[in-house]
Design a protein around this ligand. Structure first.
Ligand SMILES: [Zn+2]
Length: 326
């Protein structure tokens, strides 16, 4: 079952929230991104993507490369090429609001109007995936337009969705939920309990792998994960020996992973069409994305290593983190 992520937070004063934001600031964190330091401290998946980005020389900018804020999808090429993730000074904006009547406001006042969010987590995951899957091509647009790289493009989106999904699973408490909600596209966490149980039994890397494949399939317009697709994904698991998974658990895995694949298909289709047609693909995007992506993964000799690194990044290998955050 899917629960809304944002808990009731009427009792939190804005002054308290802003003080917490400031106290959580430190190295590797962005002072002007609301909740950044808090999420870096409390949310292991947010932190792992930040550290992975920094380790790859990816920066963050308050400027607006490629007019990102006007049309983020169209600016993705520029963000990937510049390796700088744009964000807005929403902390300064909220602090200015608080200064108008210090100590007066609470989060309940911000339910319908609040500063604009930043999608630093999602976009950083895109750039990390791009760096692993494409290297550092001289011409980003040309690299993304290369027909043999279709599955790599979609893997980038699936990876960003996977990072956000696990980060959402790690949210606990109203402050964490509020800071996360202003940092993410994801506001619901379907199958959180089932996924948490699978993580404790089979380890985080395998479950991250399967969630990544579920989102990949979903972006190829597969709406439910079939048993044969799960079996194939298990066969292609690049991170080592598989644990024993009973038939009953495989059925439960299919059910839980299918519960994640409930994005609005029209939105997905429209987004994919815009992005892929910009890179030379034909308009009939369902036919462009009609192949089985696991076939493409099986054919590419470089992908196992690249995907091992990407999945490992989210798991902070070698230690197996837990999905739930205490
Ligand atoms: Zn994306």
């Amino acid at each position: 079952m899917s629960q809304p992520l944002t808990a009731r937070s009427a009792d939190i004063s804005l002054a308290e929230l802003l003080a917490l934001h400031q106290r959580s600031h430190g190295s590797a964190r962005l002072l002007q991104n609301l909740g950044d330091g808090f999420l870096y401290q409390k949310n292991p998946f947010f932190r792992r993507i930040r550290d992975a980005a920094r380790a790859r020389g990816i920066g963050f900018t308050l400027q607006d490369p490629g007019d990102y804020f006007a049309f983020p999808l169209v600016a993705l090429d520029t963000v990937l090429a510049a390796r700088r993730v744009p964000y807005r000074a929403n902390y300064a904006a909220l602090a200015a609001f608080e200064r108008t009547r210090p100590g007066f406001f609470t989060l309940a006042d911000l339910q319908k109007n609040r500063p604009l969010p930043n999608y630093v987590l999602h976009e950083s995951a895109h750039v990390v995936a791009y760096r692993e899957l494409f290297g550092r091509p001289r011409d980003t647009h040309a690299a993304l337009s290369e027909p043999s790289k279709l599955v790599h493009i979609v893997l980038g989106e699936a990876y960003a969705m996977t990072a956000e999904y696990f980060a959402a699973c790690a949210v606990s408490g109203p402050v964490h939920a509020w800071f996360f909600s202003i940092n993410s596209y994801r506001h619901r966490v379907p199958a959180k309990k089932a996924v948490g149980e699978f993580v404790s039994r089979f380890g985080l890397p395998l479950v991250v792998w399967l969630v990544l494949i579920a989102f990949l399939e979903n972006n190829f317009f597969v709406e439910r994960l079939a048993m044969k697709t799960l079996e194939r994904a298990l066969e292609l698991y690049p991170l080592g020996k598989l644990p024993h998974i009973s038939r009953a658990d495989r059925v439960r895995l299919c059910r839980a992973l299918s519960a994640l694949m409930v994005m609005n298909p029209e939105f997905r289709e429209d987004t994919a069409r815009l992005f892929l047609t910009m890179h030379g693909y034909r308009r009939n995007i369902r036919s462009v994305l009609s192949a089985e992506p696991l076939d493409s993964i099986a054919r590419d000799a470089n992908l196992p290593v690249q995907l091992t690194r990407l999945v490992g990044t989210l798991c902070d290998r070698p230690s197996n983190g837990r999905v739930g955050q205490k």
